[in-house]
Design a binder for this molecule. Structure first.
Ligand code: HEM
Length: 487
């Protein structure tokens, strides 16, 4: 096998081959700083090149105009194969691409759109707002008292609990008088398990078996136990998404643990990116006074004349009209997103790029798109490393959706949610919940972050896994806003 890997030769019309060391290939250089590695390779080899990474061949397509050419190759490029293999290994569930499950799993897959978008989105967002409000009110500091907490802890505490309860409902046993107050404690335990499990993702993605990551394995098993159907049946206000997935999995020949593992997978998908995205949105807003002022103005306009917190309700149109918050979130996503889109070539085929250049792709190779190259391209975004809160607003202060490279308008200029077959079905909900979080945080609190740290850097060890978390937390001071009530 080793000699086969080492002796791979570039065939006619194949992309340039970056081989590196035997077996390891260029994994060490790539792993140190994927962005810098890919930028240098792009400079040297152009829009398409193949890298050997730990025995696997990845062909990177770096030209944003060619993203659509890759997305159109649904027949030759398989999304499920890679994603399911990874998910199975990490979450430990069954292989849903096997003939035994594939037909019924298609039905489960369709539930994402049906329950996270369109009319269902409105209900889901309303529930999220109510849950966010409840968590915030529960942890409210007394009047005129400054409270201190890490900004990441603050964000994760509020967003995890509200998001968890929005999807998985509340434990009805804890709603009894004797269990009151225990809901929070129970969710905090799930949060700790989630963070322990999620913390091992860079290792798991690198191929380390979860059995060797003791803490993460125990945390995953604890989450699985809590999401067994017999436990979920004790919960009320379970979202349509989870309820309908439970029904669909109950109709399949699956054991109870396997069903619960798919819910752990859903929990991870709903939280792993949302938490750091909410963190960066709040962080940048607090770091940039002009962003903070514009956001606060937008929020205060929406909330004027509310008699009290209980009357807080933000219909879809109002949420959509908060375009300053949206621009802040999109800018934070641009700066922190490092997801990678991977497809597997199911056959030998010829890929034609936007420029007309053709490249022969081998069956079994991976095709990879790394949107961070676009997000930090100075031709598309001048001063790409600088946070500009209004980057996604035009001169009239309306949503800006037109971005250009080489004078040509781009279709794919902001891709934190992936694209094509694997595009995130929760993207609208994610933007809504982050907006709601920012809105309530700014409406409830005066917030200050520590000025001791110049700039917070993202944790690059998670490149390829989605939104990068910060490499360290930062101190937040907050107190209840005195000028909140306008009547
Ligand atoms: C898939 C990003 C929030 C549910 C994805 C993918 C990306 C992504 C890049 C595609 C992965 C791939 O190509 O392999 C994000 C980001 C989020 C976010 C940046 C927050 C800022 C959410 C939320 C939910 C969700 C809140 C659900 C409540 C899913 C699901 C998939 C997915 C179910 C798998 C789709 C499939 O298998 O076809 N997400 N996501 N995501 N996301 Fe999200």
């Amino acid at each position: 096998l080793l000699s086969a890997l080492w002796s791979r030769r570039r065939r006619e019309n194949e992309p340039p081959l970056v081989k590196g060391w035997p077996f390891l290939g260029v994994i060490l250089e790539y792993g140190k700083n994927p962005l810098a590695f890919l930028q240098a390779a792009q400079e040297k080899y152009g829009d398409i090149f193949t890298c050997q990474l730990a025995g696997k061949y990845f062909t990177f397509v770096t030209d944003p105009f060619s993203f659509s050419s890759v997305m159109r190759q649904g027949k030759n490029l398989d999304f499920q194969k890679f994603a399911m293999g990874f998910s199975q290994r990490v979450f430990g569930h069954a292989d849903f691409t096997s003939p035994l499950f594939s037909e019924s799993y298609r039905e489960v897959h369709m539930l994402f759109r049906q329950t996270l978008q369109g009319p269902s989105l409105e209900q889901l967002s309303e529930t999220m707002l109510a849950n966010l409000l409840s968590v915030i009110q529960h942890g409210q500091p007394s009047k005129n008292v400054w409270k201190e907490e890490g900004l990441q802890c603050f964000t994760t505490r509020i967003m995890f609990e509200a998001g968890f309860v929005t999807l998985f409902g509340k434990n009805s046993r804890l709603l009894q008088p004797e269990g009151k107050g225990a809901i929070g404690t129970c969710v905090q335990k799930a949060k700790r398990d989630f963070l322990a499990f999620d913390g091992a993702f860079p290792k798991l993605a690198a191929g380390v078996p979860i059995a060797l990551c003791g803490r993460a394995w125990r945390a995953r098993e604890a989450l699985t136990k809590g999401l067994l159907h017999r436990e979920l049946n004790h919960r009320i206000y379970v979202s349509d998404l989870i309820q309908r997935r439970m029904d669909a999995f109950d109709r399949m020949h699956l054991d109870e643990t396997n069903k619960a593992r798919t819910h752990v997978c859903m929990l991870w998908a709903s939280q792993a990116n949302t938490l750091p995205a909410a963190f960066w949105s709040l962080y940048y807003m607090l770091r940039h006074p002009e962003a903070f002022a514009a956001a606060r103005k937008e929020i205060d306009q929406i909330f004027t004349k509310l008699p009290n917190d209980k009357a807080i309700s933000v219909p879809k149109e109002k949420l959509e009209s908060m375009i300053v918050l949206e621009s802040i979130i999109r800018e934070a996503l641009r700066l922190s997103s490092a997801s990678i889109m991977i497809r597997v070539a199911s056959d030998d085929f010829i890929l034609t790029l936007d420029s007309g250049q053709t490249a022969a792709i081998r069956k079994g190779d991976y095709i990879a798109l790394y949107p961070r190259l676009i997000h930090l391209d100075p031709e598309i975004y001048p001063d790409p490393l600088v946070f500009k809160y209004n980057r996604f607003l035009d001169e009239e202060g309306q949503r800006r959706n037109q971005f250009y490279k080489n004078g040509r308008q781009l279709k794919h200029y902001l891709v934190p949610f992936g694209s094509g077959a694997s595009e995130c079905p929760g993207r609208f909900f994610a933007i809504n919940e982050i907006k709601q979080f920012l809105m309530l945080a700014l409406w409830h609190y005066d917030l200050q972050i520590s000025e001791h740290i110049d700039t917070l850097s993202p944790d690059r060890t998670r490149a390829g896994l989605g939104i990068l978390p910060p490499s360290q937390d930062i101190l937040l001071r907050y107190k209840t806003r005195a000028d909140r009530y306008t009547e």
